[in-house]
Design a protein around this ligand. Structure first.
Ligand SMILES: [Zn+2]
Length: 301
């Protein structure tokens, strides 16, 4: 479905949750799209006539339609460009071998394997940078480098419309997600704080249906603070039992369920980031046998 939210701005909503993503379409002198993962809804946007395609980041749910943009120049942040040639990064499972038993391919075969397209090269024609203004005619918007979810993740600020497209600062019940090697909790927090400070009247994300127009600062604050709540749960769990990362993962401290092995991997990968943070502030210590233990007298916060 395509929703017109300003004279030149449309949102192309996916019908398929997390394997695809919402996109932005600018209908102006320059026809421009942000992200290409809208699935069946993408055809309505006539991707073959789009002039510029901007990718918010490299994950396959945001770039999966890129090949339909046959005449567009494709833009992405420098830090995403390299990742767009890496199948594990495209599938958001980099660091798999360190945390999981069995190869990625073995697990992926349960769902019919990884998509063949991720092994082929992806084209990026130009890189975008923090503060860059992209001019489509009447419509102008600014690139906000908002790392955390990935190193080069970008959001896009339309000042005239007081609108931010936040990509995978997703505001869904499952987020925030920082489950791969180059994701970073502190950067994610800073990126969310930046949007809270910007105080836009409207935000749209890659995975939540509709335009969010009320209580944006409260919604973003609650979303940000989930990361700290997860960390507190991990610390509390380590206070009860010194544990390995695998034992912690079995307690579902981040995701309530692990419906696929991928979700189990993301739980472990995100646990790893919290454990590193807790180690850095001295709240936990590493024991023999790869167990971690909470240190008494030291608060996690
Ligand atoms: Zn993503």
């Amino acid at each position: 479905m395509i929703q017109r939210i300003a004279p030149t701005i449309r949102i192309v909503y996916t019908e398929d949750g997390f394997t695809e993503s919402n996109c932005v379409l600018v209908e102006d002198d320059v026809r421009l799209m942000i992200d290409s993962g809208a699935g069946r809804a993408l055809a309505e946007a006539r991707p073959e006539t789009v002039d510029v395609l901007v990718n918010s980041h490299h994950h396959v749910d945001h770039i999966r339609g890129n090949d339909d943009f046959t005449r567009a120049r494709i833009f992405a942040h420098e830090l995403e460009k390299e990742a767009m040639g890496n199948p594990e990064k495209l599938m958001a499972v980099s660091g798999w071998d360190e945390l999981m038993e069995g190869s990625l391919e073995e697990h992926a075969s349960q769902f019919g394997g990884l998509p063949a397209r991720i092994y082929e090269p992806w084209r990026v024609d130009e890189t975008i940078t923090e503060g860059q203004v992209i001019d489509c005619g009447r419509t102008r918007f600014e690139v906000l480098h908002t790392p955390g979810h990935t190193a080069g993740h970008c959001s896009f600020y339309f000042p005239e419309e007081s609108l931010v497209f936040m990509g995978d600062i997703c505001l869904t019940a499952a987020g925030p997600w920082y489950g791969e090697e180059h994701a970073d909790i502190d950067e994610f927090i800073r990126s969310i704080d930046r949007i809270i400070e910007l105080n836009p009247h409207r935000v749209v994300t890659g995975h939540r249906p509709g335009v969010i127009e009320s209580d944006i600062q409260r919604v973003l604050t609650e979303y940000r603070d989930r990361m700290l709540k997860r960390e507190q749960r991990i610390f509390n769990s380590l206070k009860e039992h010194p544990s390995t990362i695998h034992e912690l993962a079995s307690r579902n401290l981040i995701y309530r369920a692990h419906p696929t092995t991928f979700v189990l991997f993301w739980e472990k990968s995100m646990l790893k980031k919290h454990l590193e943070r807790l180690l850095a502030v001295g709240a936990i210590e590493r024991l023999e046998g790869e167990r971690f233990r909470a240190r008494e007298m030291v608060s996690a916060r």
